[in-house]
Design a protein around this ligand. Sequence first.
Ligand SMILES: O=P(O)(O)OC[C@H]1O[C@](O)(COP(=O)(O)O)[C@@H](O)[C@@H]1O
Ligand SMILES: [Mg+2]
Ligand SMILES: [Mg+2]
Length: 317
Amino acid sequence: MTAAKEAGTTPFQIDLRRYLRELDENRDLTRLICEIADASKYIVNSIRTGDLGVAGTSNLYGEDQLALDVLSDRIIRKRLLHSGVVARVASEEISEIITISPDSRGKYSVAYDPLDGSSLVDVNLAVGTIVSIYEGDNLLQPGRNQVAALYILYGPRTTMMLSTGNGVHEFAMNQLMEYNLVQENLKLDPKGSIYSPGGQRNKYTPGTEKFVSHLEAKGSKLRYSGGLVPDINQILVKGKGVFLYPHLQDNPNGKLRVLYELNPMAYLVEQAGGAASTGKQRILDLQPQGIEDRAPVFIGCKEDVALAEKFIAEEAK
Ligand SMILES: O=P(O)(O)OC[C@H]1O[C@](O)(COP(=O)(O)O)[C@@H](O)[C@@H]1O
Ligand SMILES: [Mg+2]
Ligand SMILES: [Mg+2]
């Protein structure tokens, strides 16, 4: 299938399962991705209505109202538990890795942030689910070993950005809550015209400050929602820009988590021809020491990320 940008030329009504079949993807990986897609329907409904019964959680017995991120975690985890293709899971909402199947042969392990930006739901801003998938049972391996990554963006439209190593493709949820292909093989320009600066500017180190001032001097526009998923999605869909949540003077590792946020986003952006760095090294080459690892991040157009690394290298001198 060829990439299609112009309206009306995208292959018509290709649903997610058919698309993965035509990519000749592994059947169990397809099954896993489709389970996550199904789970997102319940998260969409929970965000829209706050109706906790829909998610199939056992709150019929009058359990306390679940915070949306905890509910989202239970919705996804329940699907992964019953999928039959998962060995281990790690969720931003749980403090340890959970073994689902001791026999990991032919199975996958999943690290996920069930609801990223959960603090934005009450102000009706866009939030998302972020998923990172490995073969086998080791979730503490470098992100370059992922076999797939995806995010689901709960915005005015619900969309999924997905890569299984053959480019990055966007799907949109229709009225039947099925994901249909919107565009294939998204690609980033070498450099961009928007920047998304996370963290507190007055705590940036000199290198980061010089980088951002350089972007502003060349006329880049600031686009920052406080939600990692919509902020990265804007760069991927527009094909231009750089997101940063850098090391701060009082926090050398920044805020974002390697397993649940940085590795999947770095995988998707690199598949689109972009780059993702801590400022000093490639995100996907990080060797996680634990599930709570955090790292600084500069992610987006290759030349923008390289420029950030240059400014940061100079600050070390
Ligand atoms: O509010 P800040 O410090 O700008 O941080 C924003 C970042 O934190 C996050 O909201 C973290 O999300 P969660 O903690 O809800 O998973 C990212 O979505 C976003 O990029
Ligand atoms: Mg998060
Ligand atoms: Mg979260």
